[in-house]
Design a binder for this molecule. Sequence first.
Ligand SMILES: CSC[C@@H](O)[C@@H](O)C(=O)COP(=O)(O)O
Length: 347
Amino acid sequence: MPIDSPAIRWLDDHLLLLDQRHLPLRTEWLAIHDAAGAAGAIRDMAVRGAPAIGITAAYGLALEALGLGRRASLETLRPALETLAASRPTAVNLFWALERLQRLGADLEGEALGRRLAREAESIHQDDQAANLRLGELGAALLPHDARVYTHCNTGALATGGHGTALGIIRSAWRGGHLREVIAGETRPWLQGARLTTWELMQENIPVTLVADSAAGMLMAAGRVDAVVVGADRIAANGDTANKIGTYGLAVLARHHGLPFIVAAPDSTLDPAMTDGGGIVIEERAADEVRRVGGQPLAPEQCPVYNPAFDVTPAALITAIVTESGVVHSPDAASVAEHLSRLNRRS
Ligand SMILES: CSC[C@@H](O)[C@@H](O)C(=O)COP(=O)(O)O
């Protein structure tokens, strides 16, 4: 089945990425020819969102192997693997995708290795889209009728192989006729909500209202939110969830106001090796992301800044984790282990 992916296009000898740094003002495509190009695009956020990062890393490694031709082997690919693995630390999908490719490549060399890795990268891409469609349906069934859903960051087609995770649930709920409105937090400092989520939803005429992040509590207190739905960058074995900075605060607010707080992610975002959220590496990004907006200075040039890109929401604040293979209600170490063992029995 050909992949209908709005932001990542595979063209057999190179990759095209819809450059998210310029949206919604300009639609520009970035051509990627090797692993260094893919790593740079991930690091500089031309492509972003945990599943999209994993897909791009997989294509980047495949391109490197294709470029090495007869010299391709896991050994000659080692520097490329290291460059890709160093691009961003928090989203586990990146490491998951690279491991999946390495396992496959263990018995292959040369041109056959390049071709095999490219096919596997396409499978990862396609599987992610299918996973999102499935988890979208499962998650939509959890929402109250005529729901007003608050979401954070961008978790849509731009951040995944297509359809989206949290935004996949929102899309599915809209198509099923039981969504009234999306409230998108702008998601300072990179403004994924303001720039990307609104852009995606408005293209499909899904009603969206953009709010400053700091409006979330007031909206919940006023009874204008029925559920909070977010994505994830890494889910630990006990259900603790790393996601875009600000997610933790939303979970605390949702609990205070008695609202469901739903995390949506493909199974590839689960990290069984991470016992709890305390071990997750939180990426810190450049000070100018906070000091400036759209390149324009906002704060004094030399003002010290702390810019963590993610936070960890404790499992106890999460109502449900939705993946393509099921819903984990009130996640904890036991229920996540049960979910993982069902996955292992299937594979
Ligand atoms: C389906 S995307 C899930 C997460 O990756 C998303 O919520 C998020 O935090 C993205 O962060 P970003 O820094 O934009 O890559």
